[in-house]
Design a protein around this ligand. Structure first.
Ligand SMILES: C[S@@+](CC[C@H](N)C(=O)[O-])C[C@H]1O[C@@H](n2cnc3c(N)ncnc32)[C@H](O)[C@@H]1O
Length: 408
């Protein structure tokens, strides 16, 4: 059983009450120096959460961090690590504070959490990442190596053959005394890099609780996976809605959460009673696999100008040009998917989007032109049209049968 303790108050005071070298991992996501009051409401609008991120000066912010991180350093075990979440407005100051308190040599990585964003209302580059600074207390820090899939550009030789250094220190394929290449054995993939593509919580995500700047459980899950083990103690001194503790509970770690907001502590308590993490198809299958599948599907739309739509079960593409002032949404029937189901999903995707025209490309040989109303156009894919044409030819010429069977 993973035990969870929550404290209401300024973390500077609460941290002083905790014992030296009692914590395995600290994740902190303090105010980022945004000079804003962050507010957000729950989906049903019943509750509004907020916290202040207003500062007189950079030195006030640096002083705030110094006082608290000094305590955090004292609490960490020698095998422990700290992850500081910040953005481009505060990362330089956080780095300075952490170098001072942990020592430059204890800096391990600058992790870039990258995600996709769709809007850009201001002049300049679209901000699409945040930074997590990773420091260890000593060199004996806990570290579990994670691996990711090979990228599409990795060739089969690289995956299957063992490598070694030659006399000049150059990496070459290893060979036995007879000159035969040596197999590499089981392959785990590529070691996890410091750029993490993890989706930002979308407005409909199940785990979203309406707390401003809430982070995804999947992000914390990864941090906990690399630098902690079951039953370890994880501390979040600015826990907000309790994301770190939810991840800790789900992974069988013990947790301590602190926040100066009563609302945040109550919300964390509620989340811990029913921990939810939104799954990510992108993470489970990897971006490469995702793209590969889409490429296969969208092959059918070659020669047409469209925007591919990812992560939507109802629509695969939107034509770049409108048709008589209406957008055109396109979906391709999946293998083995009944046509009626495909129509239902496409129709749902088009609902409430300004009466778009809906086009379904049928790929099933059992395709029959049903009536779906004039808002949906169902057409045959080229492969299907070819098979249908051949079938009708066969009806008149049975000698063509073997050819058709090979195609089906
Ligand atoms: C960016 S939010 C954390 C969000 C959190 N990671 C989540 O996923 O919900 C920062 C939190 O720090 C809290 N906070 C600000 N100053 C604090 C302090 N001195 N001690 C403890 N908590 C503080 C705020 O109330 C707010 O909940």
């Amino acid at each position: 059983m993973s035990s969870m303790t929550l404290h209401l108050g300024d973390c500077r005071e609460v941290l002083k009450t905790l014992s030296d070298k009692s914590i395995d991992l600290i994740y902190l996501d303090p105010p980022f120096l945004t000079q804003k009051i962050h507010c957000l409401s729950t989906r049903n609008g019943e509750k509004r959460y907020s916290f202040d991120d207003l500062w007189e000066s950079h030195s006030e912010y640096v002083g705030f961090l110094m006082d608290r991180i000094r305590e955090m350093h004292r609490l960490l075990k020698d095998t422990g690590s700290l992850f500081f979440h910040c953005n481009d407005q505060s990362s330089h100051l956080a780095r300075f504070v952490l170098d001072e308190l942990f020592g430059e040599k204890m800096f391990r990585s600058e992790i870039i959490w990258a995600y996709r964003r769709w809007s850009n209302s201001h002049k300049g580059l679209l901000p699409a990442h945040q930074t997590i600074l990773f420091y260890s207390k000593t060199m004996a820090f806990t570290f579990n190596q994670l691996s990711t899939d090979y990228s599409a550009s990795t060739n089969v030789d690289q995956i299957l053959q063992k490598r070694e250094r030659d006399h000049r220190g150059k990496s070459v394929y290893a060979r036995d005394p007879k000159g035969v290449v040596i197999a590499s054995g089981p392959k785990k993939g590529v070691p996890l890099s410091d750029v993490w593509e993890i989706p930002y919580l979308n407005p409909k995500a199940k785990e979203r609780v309406g707390y401003p700047t809430q982070k995804p459980v999947l992000l914390l899950d990864r941090i906990l996976s690399i630098c902690s083990n079951p039953q370890d103690v994880v501390l979040d001194p600015f826990c907000g809605s309790g994301t770190t503790l939810v991840a800790a509970k789900m992974k069988g770690r013990r947790g301590i959460g602190i926040d100066c907001s009563k609302d945040a502590i109550e919300l964390t308590r509620r989340r811990l009673a029913d921990p939810i993490a939104t799954r990510s198809r992108l993470l489970e299958r990897g971006r490469e696999n995702y793209v590969r599948e889409d490429v296969q599907l969208l092959e059918l739309l070659k020669g047409i100008e469209f925007h591919a739509v990812q992560r939507n079960r109802g629509v695969d593409a939107i034509l770049k040009d409108e048709y008589r002032g209406r957008s055109v949404l396109i979906r391709i029937q999946r293998d083995g998917e009944p046509l009626d189901d495909a129509v239902k999903l496409l129709r749902k995707a088009g609902t409430g989007k300004g009466r778009p025209l809906l086009v379904l490309i049928a790929t099933d040989p059992l395709f029959q032109q049903n009536t779906y109303g004039n808002e949906i156009v169902v057409i045959q894919s080229t492969t299907l049209a070819l098979k249908t044409a051949l079938e009708s030819a066969i009806l008149h010429d049975t000698s063509a049968l073997p050819l058709f069977q090979r195609l089906a």
